[in-house]
Design a protein around this ligand. Structure first.
Ligand SMILES: [Cu+2]
Length: 197
């Protein structure tokens, strides 16, 4: 019976078809025929003693178990095939696109609406690439925003009062300065740092 078990187990593992079930079923049927023939030939004393009975029962049990297990394995193989196909992971909602190198970043800045010589912040942050700066000046005093890398001016809004203007620049990662270039305004405090990271 060990021989039958070791013969069947690799086939159970490897085969997806119904062949193992047919083999196990065939072995079980053959065994039944053998037992019947032996019973028919040796009626009175078969299986003869307690050990013989146990051997016959044990072999029969193994063969039945083999037939049942192969039937289960072969009939469940379509479901196993389906289970392997896992659905693709859902896309993360709100996740940023993988290629964010050319991402546009919008930056806002405002002059003091009461006419003081100051911006509303001294620190701005932007992403590398196309940067759109919106400058709002609600006061009656004319201002502008000038962006510079060190002493090199990269761009500036017009000098204006009572309104807002936008300035678009392409900026690499680094630290820039922003200020109002109207004489005396930067010295009075209208300046800050724009970090592009
Ligand atoms: Cu100014």
């Amino acid at each position: 019976m060990h021989g039958a078990a070791t013969l069947l187990s690799p086939m159970l593992a490897a085969e997806k078809s119904k062949v193992p079930f047919y083999i196990a079923g065939g072995v079980l049927a053959t065994w039944a025929v053998i037992v019947s023939v032996l019973l028919g030939l040796r009626k009175a004393d078969f299986p003869g003693n307690l050990t013989g009975q146990r051997v016959v029962l044990a072999i029969s049990g193994v063969l039945v178990a083999g037939a049942i297990s192969t039937a289960v394995v072969t009939s469940s193989s379509p479901e196993k095939g389906l289970a392997v196909k896992t659905p693709p992971p859902p896309a993360k909602a709100g996740a940023a696109p993988a290629s964010s190198k050319a991402a546009t970043s919008a930056v806002s800045l405002a002059a003091d609406p009461g006419g003081l010589l100051s911006f509303d912040t001294r620190k701005l942050n932007a992403k590398p690439g196309a940067v759109t700066l919106t400058f709002t000046n609600a006061s009656q005093l004319e201002h502008n925003v000038t962006i510079a890398a060190g002493s090199k001016v990269l761009g500036a809004t017009p000098t204006f009062a009572s309104g807002s203007r936008t300035l678009r620049l392409k900026l690499k990662p680094g630290s820039y300065t922003f200020y109002c270039s109207v004489p005396g305004h930067r010295q009075a405090g209208m300046e800050g740092t724009l970090n592009v990271t």
